[in-house]
Design a protein around this ligand. Sequence first.
Ligand SMILES: [Zn+2]
Ligand SMILES: [Zn+2]
Length: 297
Amino acid sequence: MPITTRVSLLRETPGAFETATVELDDPRQGELTVKLAATGLCHSDDHIAKGDLNAAHLPLVGGHEGAGVVTAVGPNTPGFEVGDHVVFSFLAACGVCEFCARGMSNLCMNGATIMSGGRPDEPGSYRMSENGTSVGQAMGISTFSEYTTASVNSAVKIDKDIPLEVAALLGCAVPTGWGAAVNSANIKPADVVIVMGIGGIGSAAVQGAKYAGARAVVAVDPVEFKREKAMEFGATHTFADIAEATEFVKSITNGQGADATIITVGVLQPEHVAQGMASIRKAGTVVVPGLGKSTNI
Ligand SMILES: [Zn+2]
Ligand SMILES: [Zn+2]
C-alpha cells in the first residue's frame, strides 16, 4: 500500500525547500522503505537549491545523508528485513559493475545517474509523486523525508546499538572528508596537511589527517568558532586565511610547502584551487572535495 509522507521539497531552482506531503510507493524488488530517524544537511543540498548543481528532475525531495529503520522490504530482496537499521550512502554501489568489481565502488556506474532524481539503475523511474506528478529523490534516497523508498544498493545495514543520528553522518560528510585525507590525499605519517574550510566535510578531513599520522594539520577558516572546533577535531594549527597558512607551512617544511592540501570550502571558486596549488610542495597533492557553480569551475 502506498503511503503519504512529509518531505522537504524543492520546486524550482534557484529556490528554497518547503514542507510538503507526497505519495510514496511500496518498495519493488531490490528496494526498501525506511523510516528516517535522522538526516544531515549537506552543502550539496544548498548547491542544488541555488542551482549550482543541476537537478535533472523537479520537484525534488532533498537530503542524501540519513539513517533509519526498515519498514518494508521489496519482494525477492534478500539481505534485509523489517526492523533493520540502515545508513544510506549518497552513492549507490551495485557491487557487480566493472568499477565495483575493481574495488572502486565510489566510481560505481550508478554514480552517473544520482542527479537524475529517479532510481540509480533506472533513471526516469520514480517512487514519489504529488497529485499524479512524479517527484524526484535526491541521490535516489531523499533523506529529507519521514519515509523514503530506496535501492538496497544505497543502504548499508548497521548494528542496532549505533545511534542513528550519529550514523546519519556516515552517509556523506564523514566518508567524503575522511576519505579525502586518508584515501585521495593518501596522507602518511609525518606529512604536513592543510585543510581549507572547516565545515562538516573539512572537520572530517582534519580527523582523517590526524588519524593518518600527519605531523601538522593546519586548518584554515575565517570563522573563529570553526577554528576552535578544528583544534578539538585534531588540527595542530589554525589560520583565518590560506596565505598565512601557506607561509606557516613553508616555515616548517624548509620552504617546500604542504604534502597535501584539501579544499573543503563552502562554495568553490577557481582562486581556491590556485591557492591550494600554491600551498603544496613539488609533487604534492591537492584534493578538491568542495563544489561550486558547475559553469564556474
Ligand atoms: Zn553531501
Ligand atoms: Zn557498481
